[in-house]
Design a binder for this molecule. Structure first.
Ligand SMILES: NC(=O)c1ccc[n+]([C@@H]2O[C@H](COP(=O)([O-])OP(=O)(O)OC[C@H]3O[C@@H](n4cnc5c(N)ncnc54)[C@H](OP(=O)(O)O)[C@@H]3O)[C@@H](O)[C@H]2O)c1
Length: 318
């Protein structure tokens, strides 16, 4: 089968499209014919082996896992003996935390897959897992968002942020979103009640008060969280220094601040599928590439200015 592989750390140029062996099925797994992928910041972090500390997990001198990629949507080709929820021919989407998604086939645990909603497209659903699960778990699992509460979402126009705005609205929250001036109309169209353009107003001096703050960009300080919020969830970090500083101040202070890594599971994926099916959230695809251009897609998202998501397609199927 065709797959992108990497044998050393580096930029998207280290990726090679080559023929590799098709993965074989295990009892708890699905063999999925991949129809589309999406790109996430984690793809280029792991490709580059950055931050350096991450190499303890991903391979000290060279990458442990050969095939990159987390997000996929496709069709079940084979289902393992212990799989109950899925059958051959099902349209599924999911996230492989070990990579392996930038390939024609992926063998992946059934517990990190969900059924696609009727009528949904593969590029759209491939764009949901990492970013959608992160938004859902930031707001609901960790943020404990209640109906009628106010939430500030920083970094509201990106992959995670554009889902977070819509999910918060769907759960009955009053949403204030922070993005650049060029994305104000886009974020309003997602349902934000109020939008702050960070290039017009200094968010670090903003005096608004919110029940919950979700930082999907990663530049809010501990004092920003305390000044504006009742509780906070940190999704991303702009620098290692910022990550260390928030971890220390967060542990020492009394402000309820949570940092987390999103976990894929069928229940949450299918919650997102239902929100999509009922029209409560939509996926905004800024760009769609062919699978052959996966390195270009990763290169594009490295600027961290994506509006919504970027998808890559192996095959055009409705
Ligand atoms: N904890 C987890 O499990 C988890 C999971 C997924 C992602 N993440 C992390 O979460 C972060 C966001 O991921 P993503 O996929 O949403 O990335 P993304 O699609 O690249 O979005 C990043 C967004 O940040 C916005 N931004 C840039 N400068 C900003 C500023 N000064 N203030 C506020 N917003 C600003 C950009 O919006 P404008 O163009 O409008 O400026 C862009 O839309 C990344 O750091 C990623 O590594 C964490």
């Amino acid at each position: 089968m065709k797959a992108f592989t990497k044998t050393k750390y580096g930029g998207p140029e280290v990726l090679q499209l080559e023929e590799v062996e098709k993965p074989s099925l295990k009892d708890e797994h699905l063999l999925v014919k991949v129809v589309a992928n999406s790109a996430n910041p984690a793809d280029w972090h792991i490709l580059r082996g950055e931050p350096l500390l991450a190499r303890f997990a991903f391979g000290l001198f060279k990458p442990k896992d050969k095939i990159p990629g987390f997000d996929f949507a496709g069709i079940v080709e084979e289902a393992g003996n212990n799989v109950k929820h899925f059958k051959v021919g099902d349209r599924v989407f999911g996230e492989s935390s070990k990579g392996g998604a930038f390939a024609r086939y992926i063998c992946v645990g059934a517990d990190v897959c969900g059924l696609m909603p009727e009528g949904a497209g593969f590029p759209q659903m491939a764009s949901v897992p990492v970013a959608g699960l992160t938004a859902l778990q930031a707001l609901i699992t960790h943020g404990k968002l209640n109906e009628g509460e106010s939430v500030l979402i920083n970094g509201a126009s990106g992959g995670v942020g554009h889902f977070a705005v819509q999910i918060a609205k769907a759960y009955g929250a009053k949403v204030t979103a922070v993005c650049s001036g060029k994305n104000v109309d886009f974020v309003k169209s997602l349902g934000a009640h109020q939008v702050i353009a960070y290039d017009k107003e200094n968010i670090h001096r903003h005096e608004g008060k919110y029940n919950l703050i979700v930082d999907a960009h990663g530049n809010l300080s501990h004092s920003d969280f305390k000044r504006m919020g009742g509780r906070g969830v940190v999704v991303g970090f702009t620098t290692m220094r910022h990550m260390i500083s928030l971890s220390i101040t967060g542990r020492m202070g009394k402000f309820p601040l949570t940092q987390f890594t999103a976990q894929a599971n069928t229940k949450d994926l299918e919650k997102l599928a239902l929100l999509i099916q009922t029209g409560k959230i939509r996926v905004h695809l800024e760009k769609t590439y062919s699978y052959k251009q996966i390195p270009e897609a990763i290169s594009y998202i490295e600027a961290m200015r994506t509006r919504g998501k970027v998808a890559m397609v192996w095959e055009s199927i409705d």
